[in-house]
Design a protein. Structure first.
Length: 261
């Protein structure tokens, strides 16, 4: 509604003069509705999603749930309802992390998985941010050039471009958020890599110490998910999965070899 509807309304306004004022007005209304209601609802759902991801990671890594950071876990009834609504099967969900990690003990495997998670997410977000910035200006040009080519006066050219405002604002805002999220990931990734280096050097072989270090990193991952992570275009993950998984597997294999596993 914020992006596509406004853009096509503006495009129609270029060729149909009577639509132009209504398209501009609708654009302003949509912008207010987005900021007032849609954005808040997305933030609420994002928190629930972050808690589900935290539950998954805690179970996978053998980490204790930390209620002081993540609050109460999502009710199993809610997860069951969401699982039943998922019709795509589990084939692409199983063995997402590199299988080679299974050669390493849990204390080291946790760190490799956490690093993999952060690298994957950052790479997706930086590519998405670049696409958002480029796409916004292309859309702006698609509206501007026909309006100028038709010889519209200045007022009507401006009216034709008003519907592009939500698209530009959304794309710039989302692009900057994606970059900020990637930067936050990089800070956590550096922390995980420091833990990996410490383990390889023999400084983190105590089970309790390695567990606590992984738990601290996981706290940062949850805070990143719930506070700074904007949503990604759903199809982006599928478009880039095959190429990125190959890089991800190679990176994990290199770490395992360095650690002697």
């Amino acid at each position: 509604m914020t992006v596509c509807l406004s853009f096509f309304a503006g495009l129609a306004g270029i060729f149909f003069d009577e639509i132009r004022p209504f398209a501009a007005a609708a654009t302003l209304i949509i912008t207010v509705v987005d900021a007032t209601f849609i954005e808040r609802e997305l933030r609420r759902r994002l928190k629930v999603a972050a808690q589900v991801c935290e539950r998954f990671d805690c179970d996978l890594y053998g980490l204790p749930w930390k209620g002081l950071v993540a609050g109460n876990p999502v009710d199993p009834e809610d997860i069951t309802r969401a699982a039943r609504a998922w019709k795509r099967g589990n084939e692409k969900l199983v063995d997402w992390y590199p299988k080679a990690i299974g050669r390493a003990p849990l204390e080291f495997a946790r760190f490799v998985c956490q690093r993999t998670n952060l690298w994957y997410d950052s790479t997706l977000r930086r590519g998405y941010a670049k696409g958002l910035f480029n796409g916004a200006w292309i859309a702006f040009a698609i509206l501007a050039l026909p309006a100028i080519a038709r010889g519209l006066d200045t007022i009507n050219v401006i009216l034709s471009l008003v519907p592009a405002a939500p698209l530009l604002i959304w794309a710039i805002r989302e692009g900057l958020r994606q970059r900020d999220a990637a930067t936050a990931n990089d800070m956590l990734k550096a922390e995980v890599e420091a833990a990996i280096e410490s383990y390889i050097a023999g400084g983190l072989h105590a089970e309790a110490e390695a567990l606590q270090r992984a738990r601290d990193v996981q706290d940062g991952i949850f805070q990143r998910r719930v506070a700074t992570n904007p949503l990604l275009l759903p199809q982006l993950y599928h478009w880039r999965r095959s190429g990125m998984e190959e890089q991800m597997n190679d990176g994990a294999e290199a770490l395992l070899r360095r650690a002697g596993f």
